[in-house]
Design a protein around this ligand. Structure first.
Ligand code: AMP
Ligand code: DBH
Length: 567
């Protein structure tokens, strides 16, 4: 019985039975998984945190036994502070060991981590707290030059449900130290069930505010087991977590949780650049990691220029956005490892190229689903199935794909078919082998090197500016990130005397308390928008216009070529 979470759409009973009978759902939970690994691998190292986030942080090397013990003590401490089964806790930690201590403690209690990213700011975190009625919020002191204690103070003021704000680090400011929480008190009275929701993951989204994705122990652990097998990961594997640990890709494909499932070692990388990552790979004997395409390009360039240290890598996963065939072909020769393309989504379905696929498949496709029971349909605009080789909308249903966003009945009516297929918004072509090639996107989203930006969300922020009459945000091609954002803006008539400059609108959006990667890269002012046949804004025409303009002014100063991405 799911008892802890309203607003969750469970898998229908006949599917749940089928997934259990097939051996996908084995009745495991995260809490018990860690207990079992600690029993089996006790003194082996589970997590290495080199301590690079700030000068005051020391290196940590936690064995499975130590992580297990820490999770128990943290669970007891959180329980003592009133965090209980079903409570939501927004976790916004960078790649530090405490991330695992906290997350496994919450799993054991049956409280739900809400996985925020380090880039999120007041508006996003405030929304997560309000929408989930969060009881707790956990932040670092500082990371990447940003003070999260400040942010936590602002969030606390606007979030009446928050009972507990904890800071990982020595100086918590006006909050409490996470390190003061653990104690030897009693554990939870009730252990979570395998079919319970374990956490809320974030959707990249295409609507005004990000949606929340409820994943169960059963379904997520199956995706880990499948991933570990397809990536050739076992207890000898060493996974470097380069992207932000809470993101679904580095969390589960096969990611840090997959690595812990396999009994391997997770090494946390404090910065994603090759100057930090390569020496760490060398020192720790890293065998596998996952990158978004812009970072993979950065690593390839560094290795091409003679940087060393990556030699122990066996497998490099690249995903989150389309990896160009040209770059894909360089991975083997330059980095001396096997490329594994991964096309996944926090909602569920994950596709991998197989390690023994032909070079052709590895470099030109985004892989095929993990599970024989992942149902994939490629359909036309009216929902009719298309034959292999023809590009259409990707719909999917299966043993680890959600049946609904959390508490979002109106969105669910659009995002899922009546028979439970998730409308991914991706345009794909399927090969007879089952491999998928991502050809584009139908959803109103910009994929900025793996960081997803929902057009509507940014348009709403622009519309809040007094001089803005209308706004339309579209992607523009970029050689490094794949895509960047361009905001087309129509100003109000009365402001035409002293119109705001592009930079002012960018500053305005940033000032609304948003992640930096959502600030438009470019702003274009127009008198009116091109219209479609029925009078809607033609984003297709806007995209074509900005692509042409960008090609004309490849070195345009409006385009900031120094920005990087970390999902
Ligand atoms: P999210 O919903 O934020 O988890 O993002 C998932 C989306 O990222 C997918 O629906 C795709 O649009 C995109 N994506 C992920 N991996 C790839 C890939 N390898 N190639 C192209 N697009 C990808
Ligand atoms: O982009 C993604 O969300 C993603 C990419 C690769 C993902 O969720 C995953 C693998 O699991």
């Amino acid at each position: 019985m799911q008892t802890v979470l309203d607003g969750f759409t469970p898998y229908p009973a006949e599917f749940a039975e089928r997934y259990r009978a097939a051996g996908y759902w084995r009745g495991e939970t995260f809490g018990r998984m860690l207990r079992e690994r600690a029993a089996a691998h006790g003194e082996r190292i589970a997590v290495v945190d080199p301590g690079g986030h700030s000068a005051s942080r020391q290196e940590s090397r936690w064995s499975y036994a130590e992580l297990d013990r820490r999770a128990d003590r943290m669970a007891a401490g959180l329980l003592a502070r009133g965090i209980g089964s079903g409570d939501r806790v927004v976790v916004q930690l960078p790649n530090v060991a405490e991330f695992f201590e906290v997350v496994f403690a919450l799993f054991r209690i049956g409280a739900l981590p809400v996985f925020a990213l380090p880039a999120h700011r007041r508006t996003e975190i405030g929304h997560f707290c309000a929408f989930t009625g969060a009881a707790g919020y956990i932040v670092p002191e500082t990371a990447g030059g940003f003070d999260y204690r400040e942010l936590a103070s602002q969030v606390r003021e606007q979030s009446p449900s928050l009972r507990l704000v904890l800071v990982a680090g020595e100086d918590p400011g006006e909050h409490e130290r996470l390190a003061d929480v653990p104690c030897d008190g009693p554990g939870p009275e009730r252990e979570p069930e395998p079919q319970d929701v374990a956490f809320l993951q974030l959707s990249g989204g295409s609507t005004g505010v990000p949606k929340l994705i409820p994943r169960t122990h059963d379904d997520y652990i199956y995706s880990l087991r499948g991933s570990v097998e397809l990536c050739g990961l076992d207890e000898h594997g060493v996974y470097l977590c380069v992207l932000p640990a809470a993101h679904n890709f580095p969390l589960s494909s096969p990611g840090s949780l997959g690595t812990l499932y396999a009994g391997g070692r997770v090494v946390l990388c404090p910065q994603p650049g090759p100057e930090t990552a390569f020496p760490l790979i060398e020192r720790e004997g890293v065998t596998i990691t996952g990158l978004v395409p812009p970072l993979a390009l950065l690593w390839l360039d560094a290795a091409g220029r003679g940087a060393r240290g990556y030699e122990s890598l066996d497998v490099l996963l690249v995903g989150g956005a389309k990896f160009s065939e040209e770059a894909a072909r360089r991975v083997g020769p330059v980095l001396g490892c096997t490329l594994q393309q991964v096309f996944g989504m926090a909602e569920g379905l994950v596709n991998y190229t197989r390690l023994d696929d032909s070079q052709e498949l590895i470099t030109t496709t985004q892989g095929r689903p993990i599970s024989p029971d992942d149902e994939v349909r490629v359909v036309d605009d009216r929902g009719a199935d298309l034959p292999d080789g023809v590009t259409g909308h990707l719909l999917t249903r299966g043993p680890y794909t959600i049946r609904g966003y959390w508490n979002a009945p109106e969105h669910n009516a659009n995002s899922f078919t009546p028979d439970g297929f998730y409308r991914t918004g991706d345009l794909v072509r399927r090969l007879p082998s089952g491999h998928l090639v991502v050809e584009g996107r139908a959803k109103d989203q910009i994929n900025r090197g793996g960081e997803k930006v929902a057009a509507e969300e940014i348009e709403n922020h622009l519309l809040a500016h007094p001089a803005v009459h209308d706004a339309a945000v579209v992607s523009m091609p970029d050689p490094y990130l794949g895509e960047r954002t361009c905001a087309y803006v129509v100003l109000r008539g009365e402001h035409s005397e002293r119109p705001p400059k592009a930079v002012e609108l960018k500053r305005f959006v940033r000032g609304r308390g948003l992640a930096d990667y959502k600030v438009p890269d470019r702003v274009e002012f127009v008198e009116e928008f091109p219209a479609t046949g029925i009078g809607k804004v033609s984003k297709k025409d806007l995209r074509a216009a900005i692509a042409a303009a960008a090609a004309d002014t490849a070195a345009a100063d409006a385009v900031d070529t120094t920005a990087t991405t970390t999902v």
